[in-house]
Design a protein around this ligand. Structure first.
Ligand code: NAP
Length: 259
């Protein structure tokens, strides 16, 4: 019960890493506010949590819609009288092609979800955290917020933004007892990576299995990660065990960035 009674909004928790975070926080006593655009998936995650004895609710949310972001923050605070944790997890990869082949609208769309979406959620949650003089925000960045790679350029640029957004907010809100950190996953087996590999498979003719093996080999530990590997890192950061941790970047990548 490391986060007992805490109210946590997890963006993009209808599947993938966000789902694992919502489930683990609920298992550790939090009320998980499951959000995302796919209603049946959101309700499935909530049902799974409830079946295991946890507390959760689903709110439909597209993080690019500011009025809806505000509505959800207001509704959650209105109902529970507190808002302790925000995990800015919602993200998209965008097209996989070189920078000069991107259209402006393709580039902007990735920024709209990964950067502006996270900004809007922080913007509308922070006033409640200031009011209660406590809070915790985690930005899910990536190893590609730290190092470069010759693919999905807009995505990598957004993940670098997420890393610095966490540091800026850590400095801005330290006086309000709000801690803000970023998490930097290596490759994690989720629909995002499955889609990425199936697109690569179509282009290269290689099987998804072969491509997955190649991804495994890039991680010194010998394989890519699972959503729970990231969820445990988030749990630590938002728990009181990390009470002296802010503006920090937690890399969870099987050694990828150490080579
Ligand atoms: P995923 O499997 O594609 O899941 C993405 C989540 O974001 C879904 O719940 C999706 O829900 C939601 N989402 C997408 N667009 C949204 C929008 N406009 N508004 C609200 N929610 C939206 O991706 P993932 O692999 O779990 O990635 C989660 C986060 O981890 C991302 O920020 C990603 O950059 C980061 N990350 C992932 C990896 C990896 O290897 N998987 C590595 C490093 C970092 P709906 O479709 O229902 O809206």
């Amino acid at each position: 019960m490391r986060v007992e009674g805490k109210v946590a909004i997890i963006t993009g928790s209808t599947y993938g890493i966000g789902e694992a975070i919502a489930k683990l926080l609920a298992k550790e006593g939090a009320i998980s506010i499951v959000t995302g655009r796919t209603e049946d998936e959101g309700r499935r995650v909530v049902e799974d949590i409830k079946r295991s004895g946890g507390r959760a609710e689903y709110y439909p949310l597209d993080v690019t819609q500011e009025s809806r972001v505000k509505e959800v923050a207001d509704a959650v605070y209105g109902k529970y009288g507190r808002l302790d944790i925000l995990v800015n997890n919602a993200g998209i990869a965008g097209p996989n092609k070189p920078t000069h082949e991107y259209t402006e609208s393709e580039w902007n769309r990735v920024f709209q979800v990964n950067v502006t979406g996270a900004f809007l959620c922080t913007k509308h949650v922070v006033p409640y955290m200031i009011r209660q003089s406590s809070g915790n925000i985690v930005y899910i960045s990536s190893i590609y917020g730290i190092i470069g790679a010759p693919d999905i350029p807009a995505y990598h640029a957004t993940k670098a933004s997420n890393r610095v957004m966490a540091k800026i907010d850590a400095l801005l809100y330290a006086k309000d007892n709000i801690r803000v950190n970023s998490v930097h996953p290596g490759f994690i087996w989720t629909p995002l990576v499955e889609d990425f590999l199936s697109e690569q498979s179509k282009k290269s003719g290689l099987s998804i299995e072969a491509l997955k093996k190649e991804l495994d080999s890039r991680h010194p530990i010998g394989h890519i990660g699972e959503p729970d590997d990231i969820a445990y890192g988030v749990l630590y950061l938002v728990s009181d065990e990390a009470k002296f941790v802010t503006g920090s970047e937690l890399i969870i990548d099987g050694g990828y960035t150490s080579t």
